[in-house]
Ligand binder design. Structure first.
Ligand code: OAD
Length: 272
């Protein structure tokens, strides 16, 4: 793996992080790619194989809830087998050292929480949460595979995945926190997003406009590259631990010491 700096020479990120009181991170599907979760727009991306109109809109759910749930059930089965990778772990470690921190994720897979992230907002919802279509009650559901499709609420009405579909509003409180963080942070890190879906894609621009140091990690240039102070191209699971100053090694393994002069953390508690 080579770490490419697009313009900046040596990375200033660690120095900036040491001084920063407020740090924000935005992630997309790329951060989970090395865990085995498919992205949306890459060569094997979900939106290359399936039509979002058939599976990820309120109209699609009204038309054919069984089809929509079969697709989500397949994704849940796939994701249930996936574990957080070193990129998730590095972000969780960063949080533990930052006085004020917000992780803003577009991912619905729950892997950030599994890695130990706590201060996070899930802008597009969570695949492991469901909502009653009648009384709007939300609850966790970890059945893999689902016992019945569509799954049903105690009241008898169908449940839907608690995710944001095309044409739907994002959760208001999560959005408010995300914008607040973008406007007030000193460092804004963007990892593994194609930055084409709004409003998430505008957050790094807002951060930059408010004076944040913006650093991007992706396999390739994105629309954000032109506004980022640093862009690092390659796999997030390889780049991020080094970029943040962690020693090489696999977080979570018995002999791994996730510790250096800037960051001192303990392994994530799986029950958090
Ligand atoms: P995309 O699939 O659009 O983009 C994934 C990005 O991750 C691309 O820019 C890849 O280059 C990059 N990438 C892939 N593997 C990587 C790796 N190992 N390390 C670093 N980068 C890598 O996914 P998102 O940007 O998350 O919304 O898509 C945003 C939203 O569009 C999703 O949340 C979803 C989708 O429609 C909804 O479902 C509402």
């Amino acid at each position: 793996m080579s770490l490419n700096m697009s313009r900046s020479g040596a990375s200033k990120l660690q120095g900036r992080l040491r001084r920063a009181k407020r740090v924000a991170v935005l992630t997309g599907a790329g951060v989970s790619a090395e865990s085995g979760v498919p992205t949306f727009r890459g060569t094997d991306g979900l939106w290359r194989q399936y039509r979002a109109e058939d599976l990820a809109t309120p109209e699609a759910f009204r038309r054919d809830p069984k089809l929509v749930w079969e697709w989500y059930d397949w994704r849940r089965q796939l994701i249930a087998k996936c574990q957080p990778n070193p990129a998730h772990q590095a972000i969780a470690a960063l949080e533990r050292d930052a006085p004020e921190f917000l992780l803003i994720t577009q991912n619905v897979d729950g892997l950030h929480r599994k890695a130990g992230s706590v201060r996070l907002v899930e802008l597009h919802g969570n695949l492991w949460h469901v909502r009653c279509v009648r009384d709007e009650r939300t609850m966790e559901n970890f059945d893999v595979p689902l016992r019945q499709i569509p799954p049903r609420c105690e009241c008898g009405a169908p449940l839907r995945p608690e995710v944001v579909w095309f044409g739907e509003a994002l959760p208001a409180e999560a959005l408010r926190q995300a914008f607040d963080a973008a406007e007030s942070c000193e460092v804004f890190l963007v990892v593994g997003t194609s930055a084409v879906v709004q409003p998430a894609a505008s957050l790094p621009m807002i951060a930059r406009g408010h004076g944040a140091y913006v650093v991007e990690v992706n396999l390739e240039p994105t629309p954000l590259t032109s506004i980022a102070h640093e862009s690092h191209y390659g796999k997030a699971g390889e780049i991020l631990p080094r970029l943040l100053g962690f020693p090489s090694g696999r977080p979570g393994s018995d002999n791994f010491e996730f510790r250096n002069s800037n960051f001192a953390i303990s392994p994530p508690d799986p029950h958090r």
